[in-house]
Design a protein around this ligand. Structure first.
Ligand code: NAP
Length: 282
């Protein structure tokens, strides 16, 4: 989809973190926005900011795991704009934890928010896109869907699911004008869930793991749509090389993987979270 001006995009997870950066990047291209998340006040503030940037924007508060809320989101978009050109499935949660002690509801919630909701919302917008023979879905996955990340079992499973979802969507709908991209960032600095984890657990990634800025992730979302890219790995350094190595030689990759330090990093986050929970926190 080369030309984005005056297109309409639904963006989930738009109330904070990466979502606000993606909203700004899309608004910068002249895309009108339908912003979704549960926090109504924050969402409305983002919508106001987007209107100040010169695009039309509405906030539709709701939970992506609730069928009526997803339906309301699609209906509100069609009522306001009469079209859906782009869907960015960005809403996500991560609970870094020792898998064997993670409660079942936490496992289910992670898959539900990150994967099932994206699958269902995508199915709801596809018929609208097919009518115009044009549309693009962006699924916000993670490097965790491409390389092994310990202490993130349900998260990694949900993100690998988004990779498969995207590949299959492309196979089924591209010949009919509707395409899809998966965006896989590494650790993101400045805003979002990893910054929150760092603050909560007092940890820092090592040099090799590195971080990318939310602005870079957002600009890669736009690039993925404009250039119809199947997959964007947003990682400081040679992300594609790392991922290709992991896929081509998983056994060898496992042996060198500890140098990235993410196992130690996420173990510390999981430990801090358990400690906080044992002391009566969340
Ligand atoms: P974040 O700051 O925690 O923001 C998550 C967003 O998702 C919020 O807007 C939140 O809004 C929304 N959300 C969560 N549960 C929801 C639900 N049930 N229904 C509707 N909205 C919901 O996280 P982030 O870092 O910006 O993450 C955005 C995406 O990037 C996620 O898919 C994440 O997995 C992915 N990612 C992030 C990083 C990173 O390092 N930050 C790296 C790789 C991939 P409400 O709470 O208001 O509902």
């Amino acid at each position: 989809m080369r030309q984005l001006k005056n297109r309409t995009a639904i963006l989930t997870g738009a109330s904070r973190g990466l979502g606000t950066y993606i909203a700004r990047a899309l608004a910068g291209e002249g895309v009108n926005l339908v912003l979704a998340a549960r926090s109504a006040g924050e969402l409305e503030r983002v919508a106001e900011e987007m209107r100040a940037l010169g695009v039309r924007a509405i906030a539709v508060p709701g939970d992506v795991t609730v069928a009526e809320d997803r339906q309301r989101l699609v209906e509100a978009t069609l009522a306001e704009f009469g079209r859906i050109d782009i869907l960015v499935n960005n809403a996500g949660i991560e609970v870094t934890a020792h898998f064997e002690r993670q409660p079942e509801e936490e496992l289910r919630a992670t898959i539900d928010v990150n994967l099932t909701s994206a699958l269902l919302l995508t199915r709801q917008v596809i018929p609208v896109m097919l009518e115009r023979k044009a549309g693009h879905i962006v699924n916000m996955a993670s490097l965790a869907g491409k390389v092994p990340v310990p202490f993130s079992v349900p998260y990694a499973a949900s993100k690998a699911g988004l990779v498969g979802l995207t590949e299959s969507l492309r196979g089924e709908f591209r010949s009919r004008g509707v395409s899809a991209s998966v965006v896989c960032p590494g650790l993101v600095s400045e805003a979002g869930m990893y910054v929150q984890m760092q603050q909560d657990a007092g940890v820092k990634e090592n040099f090799l793991a590195g971080t990318v800025t939310p602005k870079k992730v957002a600009s890669d979302v736009v690039k993925a749509i404009k250039r119809d890219r199947p997959e964007m790995l947003v990682y400081r350094g040679p992300g594609r090389l790392v991922s290709a190595f992991a896929e081509a030689a998983p056994g060898a990759f496992e042996r060198v993987f500890p140098i990235f330090g993410t196992g130690t990093l996420f173990r510390k986050i999981a430990d801090a979270r358990e400690k906080q929970r044992d002391q009566g926190g969340t």
